[in-house]
Ligand binder design. Structure first.
Ligand SMILES: [Zn+2]
Length: 415
């Protein structure tokens, strides 16, 4: 891409990102834009307008995903690219938004430079990914597209104030009874550009990551039960201290990920203590364990060792232990052919890249049920994400979009 074109693309990308960041702006650089909020409505309407301005056929589906279509002369299944419009509370300006802008800019560039594609291209702004308002939404937008929303979920999935997602949908003009209509069976390929959300690319000084797998994730909610006693009157021997057991288990499960080495990761991020008093031995501790690895075999070993340790430590201390796994996503390998197309596109554009896995979950792993998928990453400053401090250089964003555009050109224009 010539310098002047790259400059123009940079200005366009910066303008789109800036305008989106104003919708639900939070402080200087943050964004607070949850699914089906008034800000969400404004943002999706703006994206639809941008699609139309770019010469795409814009439409909103039954669940609120906004699509921009560039029909191909050959017809047939479509090649789609996009990401999500919702944010963390608060999040930054790039998570999701950059992928929405990337799909839009890529299709706009292709239609301006090459006219009608042979195969149909679509850009999409997905309605919900972060679960920042609806804890159990679990990729609501891409689950609607893949037909994975169960009947009854429109009532059972509720926000933190207890509002059913069906009511939230009605508040922005959507009919929850029509969700089934959002299902697609005519997508062949899905490519999502996203910020890395970690430090790998920046530390390596490499502008683009070609993602060949998305990590598997399991969330455990572990309950340890002991006995509450007076913190002074009950001697140490004979205590059934749920907190002491939790502390040992937390160290042990994190230790498993450390022993297995990268890319294994394990995090205990949430703890509830009862009775939660300074002078009482805790009776009950409930905590989460987030355990991830992109390789299915290693992941099975990781889970197995962690579960064995939880049982062993609780048993030795005379504590009751039980757990549930409210989130359990298997690793998602990307399609080798699409990964290859992205790698060749980067090489053709003279862009250095590294193959890597995604340590975060993405809509892409749902889209893999119905399409060939892969992802592109661009660097995150200091590896920060899910915070207003999230930042990606416009130059890096443009480089990633250039590779995306070249890959879509290969797929949709070349015979
Ligand atoms: Zn995201």
């Amino acid at each position: 891409m010539a310098g002047a074109v790259a400059d123009a693309t940079g200005e366009l990308v910066a303008r789109y990102l800036q305008e989106l960041a104003q919708i639900g702006a939070h402080g200087e650089t943050g964004v607070w834009r949850t699914a089906y909020s008034p800000e969400w409505r404004t943002a999706q309407d703006l994206v639809a307008r941008w699609y139309t301005e770019a010469g795409l056929v814009a439409r909103e589906d039954a669940v609120g995903n906004v699509w921009g279509r560039l029909p191909g002369s050959d017809g047939g299944p479509a090649i789609a690219s996009g990401s999500h419009i919702d944010s963390q509370t608060p999040g930054g300006r790039f998570d999701g938004a950059l992928g929405v802008v990337a799909g839009l800019v890529a299709l706009r560039t292709l239609t301006e430079q090459y006219g009608q594609p042979r195969r149909t291209l679509e850009a999409v702004s997905l309605c919900e990914e972060e679960a920042s308002r609806f804890h159990a939404a679990n990729f609501w937008g891409s689950r609607a597209i893949t037909g994975a929303i169960a009947p009854g979920e429109t009532d059972s999935v509720r926000d933190f104030d207890g509002v059913p997602i069906a009511d939230a949908m009605r508040s922005v003009g959507l009919d929850p009874g029509q969700i089934e209509d959002a299902r697609r069976d005519d997508l062949d390929t899905w490519i999502e550009l996203h910020i890395e959300q970690g430090p790998v690319l920046e530390e390596a000084g490499i502008p683009v990551g070609v993602v060949d797998a998305i990590t598997g994730i399991r969330h455990y909610v572990v309950t340890l039960t002991g006995r509450s006693d007076h913190a002074g009157a009950r001697p140490m021997p004979g205590r059934l201290d749920a907190m002491a057991g939790a502390a040992e288990i937390v160290s042990a499960v994190i230790g498993v990920a450390q022993e297995l080495g990268p890319p294994a990761v394990t995090t205990v991020g949430k703890v509830q203590v009862e009775p939660n008093l300074p002078a009482a031995v805790p009776e009950r501790v409930v905590f989460t364990v987030d355990s991830r690895h992109p390789d299915a075999d290693v992941l099975a070993e990781q889970y197995g060792r962690q579960e064995q340790l939880m049982g062993e430590i609780a048993g030795r201390r005379g504590l009751g232990v039980s757990w549930t796994t409210p989130l359990d996503l298997p690793p998602c390998p990307c399609d080798p052919e699409i990964v290859g197309v992205l790698a060749r596109a980067a090489t053709d554009e003279g862009v250095a890249f590294r193959r890597m896995h995604s340590g975060a979950g993405h809509d892409t792993q749902n889209m893999a049920r119905i399409a060939r998928v892969a992802m592109l990453f661009v660097p995150s400053k200091d590896g920060r994400s899910h915070t207003p401090a999230e930042f990606t250089e416009i130059g890096d964003a443009v480089t990633g979009i250039r590779v995306l555009t070249a890959a879509l050109h290969r797929l949709a224009y070349e015979p």
